[in-house]
Design a binder for this molecule. Structure first.
Ligand SMILES: [Zn+2]
Length: 193
């Protein structure tokens, strides 16, 4: 059995026994689900653990698809296994700009005074920067802009299964203009910088 959560609005409720709701939420997000806290008309799937209350009632009322924790656990164990298998061959592909060999250490100057240490220990790539250390993903699925800078954004994106950029997003955001639908003349705002 396979539940497709990609692009779906998903809500978790009740007590889970094999994982925390936060862990389940992170994993569902990694599979492309949009996890929210409240059941609404937009909700596609409700995963209900033990003693689920109001949210379960509301989901039933709204005709939301409801799954149990057993099905949730099966989905997550299944998908993570698939993701791991799929991610492995990519590490050796031509996408990698500069590989960090197993046991090797690479220093990258970041925003801190001291350079960050990037290491590969048995295929687990880590960085000493706060962004890497504070990520909620499992250690083998964490990345950061420093790893992306060395190994390449494409290689890191493929390895962890989500977009990793070597630059901070806020720095590259261009101003956005709204164009009128038709005919009207507008004044174009000046371009700064
Ligand atoms: Zn880093």
């Amino acid at each position: 059995m396979s539940i497709d959560v990609n692009g779906k609005n998903v809500v978790l409720t009740g007590a889970l026994t094999t994982m925390t709701r936060a862990q389940a939420g992170d994993q569902l997000e990694a599979l492309g689900a949009i996890v929210s806290g409240a059941v609404t008309k937009k909700t596609d799937i409700l995963f209900a653990g033990a003693r689920a209350g109001m949210k379960l009632e509301k989901a039933e009322e709204l005709g939301v698809t409801i799954y149990s924790e057993t099905e949730l656990a099966a989905l997550l164990s299944d998908e993570s296994a698939i993701a791991r298998v799929a991610a492995k061959p990519v590490q050796a592909s031509a996408d990698v700009m500069q590989e960090i060999a197993d046991g090797e250490k690479v220093l990258v100057q970041g925003s801190a005074a001291k350079p960050y240490e990037l290491t590969n220990v048995g295929g687990v790539y880590s960085c000493s920067c706060p962004a890497w250390r504070n990520q909620s993903a499992p250690i083998d699925l964490r990345s950061c802009k420093h790893l992306a800078k060395i190994r390449g954004s494409a290689a890191e994106t493929a390895r962890v299964g989500r977009k990793v950029s070597s630059v901070t997003a806020s720095k590259s955001s261009a101003p956005k203009y709204c164009w009128p639908k038709s005919g009207k003349s507008i004044s174009i705002p000046p371009v700064f910088g």
